[in-house]
Design a protein around this ligand. Structure first.
Ligand SMILES: *Cc1c(COP(=O)(O)O)cnc(C)c1O
Length: 361
């Protein structure tokens, strides 16, 4: 039975990359080592990590004004590193509350002693709409504005064409839609993304940081591992980096380039998402509740309106080879994650399954 993985994270990886990784796990006849046991100081890994940075720069058109680093600790550690490095003047972070991961970032920044000003929230709308930036936002009173481009759990997205326009600094959590659709890196002062949604396996986190912004900061009291500058100065080898995760990430970047880059990923993602939303929108059994202009391309949220029934259907889906369709435990319903590596055939199989259930209902 052909199976598909709709998990929100760790998510589906390209089949070709899984094959390459499988081979690399075997002890290499020339190096006498498996990929999992190579040194981060080896020539082999130097080529991998410099290649990964170069490819990410090429794919996202990242200029020399920005540093690119590969870190550990996931997106969640960035919820702390970002304020430690950048909330140094006002200790006030402006934030648009568009979902669970925005709330978590706010909570982390607060626990570090900062003030977090929630400029707008769509919590009372179950995050099915995007919070807009109020016209009277005074960017000079906050160190930066924090947004989550793609709300992995609730399914609303600040696409490039509906990004909030601030006169101040802008930080984006792109964990679940980096490389899935185009963004102008120059519109941001810092971008971060955990690896396991769209970039590769868990264990590596990408941070893209405007260098000139870093040099303005007084980091007294900030420990060495929390300072971006230390990681930048050592080319992501201030301490032992997640060698295997970076190796796999590098292969995923090769794959994205071979497929035609972000332009092609975006074209495919638009097509995949459009096909699924079109089915859901005409269905009288399922609804996709997120407002149309903000709909995620990577995390498609829907429900029959009966959360218990949704659970039963998600279980039947598993038996049909369609895995991990349950919505996040905080939301319920269904969530189909259509990351870059998700083929169109997965969407077709999902629609065929949902149709069958609908007809029997
Ligand atoms: C998954 C996710 C996170 C958390 O990532 P971890 O790697 O689990 O810390 C943060 N933000 C967004 C948008 C996510 O999707």
């Amino acid at each position: 039975m052909k199976t598909y993985n709709f998990s929100a994270g760790p998510g589906v990886m390209p089949e070709e990359v899984i094959t390459q990784i499988t081979q690399a796990f075997e002890t290499n006849a020339h190096t006498h080592m498996s990929i999992i046991e190579i040194s981060h100081r080896s020539k082999q890994f130097q080529t991998i990590i410099t290649g990964a940075e170069k490819k990410l720069r090429e794919l996202m058109h990242i200029s020399d004004e920005y540093a690119v680093v590969f870190l550990q600790g996931g997106g969640s550690t960035q919820f702390e590193m970002i304020p430690l490095n950048f909330a140094t003047k006002h200790h006030n972070i402006a934030l648009l509350d568009s979902g669970n991961f925005a709330e978590k970032a706010a909570e982390a920044a607060k626990q570090l002693g900062n003030k977090v000003t929630i400029l707008n929230s769509t919590k009372d709308k179950h995050y099915q709409k995007l919070p807009l930036l109020p016209d009277n936002f005074d960017a000079t009173s906050a160190d930066y504005l924090h947004i989550v481009t793609n709300n992995t759990i609730e399914g609303a997205t600040f696409h490039q064409n509906n990004l909030p326009k601030t006169a101040g600094r802008l930080v984006a959590d792109m964990s679940s839609n980096i490389l899935a659709e185009p963004y102008n890196v120059s519109d941001f002062d810092a971008i971060f993304a955990g690896g396991q949604k769209n970039l590769g396996p868990a264990g590596v986190t990408v941070a893209i940081i405007k260098k000139s912004w870093l040099t303005e900061q007084d980091l007294t009291g900030v420990g060495p591992m929390m300072r971006y500058q230390n990681h930048i100065d050592k080319q992501s080898m201030y301490n032992t980096p997640p060698v295997f995760a970076i190796y796999a990430l590098n292969l995923v970047l090769d794959w994205v380039i071979q497929q035609g880059g972000v332009t092609e990923m975006y074209r495919r993602n638009l097509e995949k998402a459009a096909r699924l939303y079109a089915y859901l929108d005409q269905s009288e059994f399922y609804t996709a509740p997120v407002e149309v202009s903000a709909r995620s391309l990577t995390n498609i949220v829907f429900t029959t309106g009966d959360l218990e029934q949704d659970k039963v259907i998600a279980k039947q889906a598993t038996e049909a080879g369609l895995f991990n369709l349950n919505g996040h435990r905080s939301v319920g319903g269904f969530r189909a994650s259509l990351y870059n590596a998700q083929p169109m055939s997965a969407v077709d199989a999902l629609i065929a399954f949902l149709q069958k259930v609908e007809q029997q209902a």
